[in-house]
Design a protein. Structure first.
Length: 364
């Protein structure tokens, strides 16, 4: 049964991939372009419902807020994460490395891959004579890649750090289509009387993806026979979004409590968020982290507030996404786990996320 469901989902993915060709014309703004970059990295941040812009200060800062890289506690940092969605069909992987340049600045590199492998290609299932031949079914992969180079620096103003990221995006759909993209992110953090404030501006100048297609004659014929448009090369544009956050760490002996609240302001039109308008929509989320002796961590978060149609009646109800997680940190090694629901997109209600972080100094 599971294999049957996975096969059907893969076929739907293939149909979706083909339908993308219809929508990519000349340069156009797409509300949900490069959405794989909105999933997030690190089980800690995922458990906190992504509410980490103000307090993040580890290797994952290159993704969340590049200014946080200035807060690295040791000379080097490595981060790894793996998760799966759509009943294990889609694989999401993350790897990052960061290092201090000097006492005031740091640099980091991050890699993100989101891919669906072994998607059935049924273009040649029915030959030109109308015969069905299952041996003609091949497979391909739809993969999104992001390469992120980040830099952060502490400014002369006490408690203020800034950072920036340059990201190169490469998306490939089998041998049918591929796209190269480039974008910039900027961030800042400010510590004031134990309060942490942060801001991240993603896709500062808008991120451009240049799509190119290489369909063979047989694929073109199938498109024409099924009344599908032949896709043309074009540009896909991701508009900027601003994320603001505030948090504070309260300590009582060996125990710590750190709440944080973020708001995500998008500029690409009305979305299904708690506060929605055109062109701006605001999506708030919050997280809470409890710690003991900086070794054991318990985390929870609320986010992804949406208004949906009630099952009974004509009114709408507000839903939200609850996340929880735990973490262990000892001598520079951190293992984190999150039980998180990515927008109700998975077959299962919740998704499991694991991540590993290692911080270490130069050998003396």
């Amino acid at each position: 049964m599971i294999r049957f469901i996975q096969s059907k989902i893969k076929q739907l993915v293939w149909l979706f991939v083909l339908s993308l060709a219809v929508s990519f014309g000349n340069a156009q703004v797409r509300k949900y372009s490069n959405e794989f970059l909105a999933i997030g990295v690190g089980a800690r941040s995922m458990a906190l419902s992504k509410a980490t812009v103000a307090t993040v200060n580890d290797v994952t800062s290159g993704y969340w807020n590049p200014a946080g890289l200035a807060g690295l506690k040791k000379d080097y940092a490595v981060g790894l994460m793996h998760s799966e969605y759509f009943a294990g069909i889609a694989k999401y992987d993350y790897a990052a490395f960061a290092t201090k340049i000097d006492d005031q600045s740091s640099v980091g590199f991050s890699y993100i891959r989101f891919g669906v492998d072994d998607i059935p290609n049924t273009i040649d299932l029915v030959d030109q004579n109308g015969n069905v031949n299952y041996d003609n079914i091949t497979s391909f992969a739809a993969v999104d890649n992001a390469f992120i180079l980040s830099y952060a620096r502490s400014l002369p103003v006490e408690g203020l750090t800034i950072g920036g990221s340059a990201k190169v995006i490469y998306r490939k759909v089998g041998d049918f289509a591929q796209a190269w993209g480039f974008g910039l992110d900027a961030g800042a953090q400010y510590l004031y009387k134990k309060w942490h404030f942060g801001a991240t501006l993603r896709d500062v100048t808008s991120t451009f993806n240049a799509w190119s297609y290489s369909l063979n004659q047989r694929t073109i014929e199938v498109f024409e026979q099924t009344n599908n448009e032949i896709p043309e090369n074009g540009l896909e544009i991701t508009l900027p979004r601003l994320i603001l956050g505030a948090g504070r760490l309260f300590k009582v002996k060996k125990f710590g409590v750190q709440p944080e609240v973020n708001i995500d302001i998008t500029t690409d039109g009305q979305r299904n968020t708690l506060i929605q308008s055109d062109p701006f929509s605001i999506d708030p989320y919050m997280g809470l982290e409890l710690s003991w002796n900086e070794i054991v961590y318990l985390r929870s978060g609320l986010g992804n507030f949406q208004k949906i149609q009630a099952e009974v009646g004509s009114h709408k109800v507000t839903t939200f996404e609850p996340n929880i997680g735990i973490g262990l940190s000892f001598k520079g090694v951190s293992i984190d786990y999150a039980l998180t629901d990515i927008g109700d997109n998975s077959v299962a209600l919740y998704s499991n996320v694991f991540s590993l972080k290692i911080d270490f100094n130069k050998p003396k």
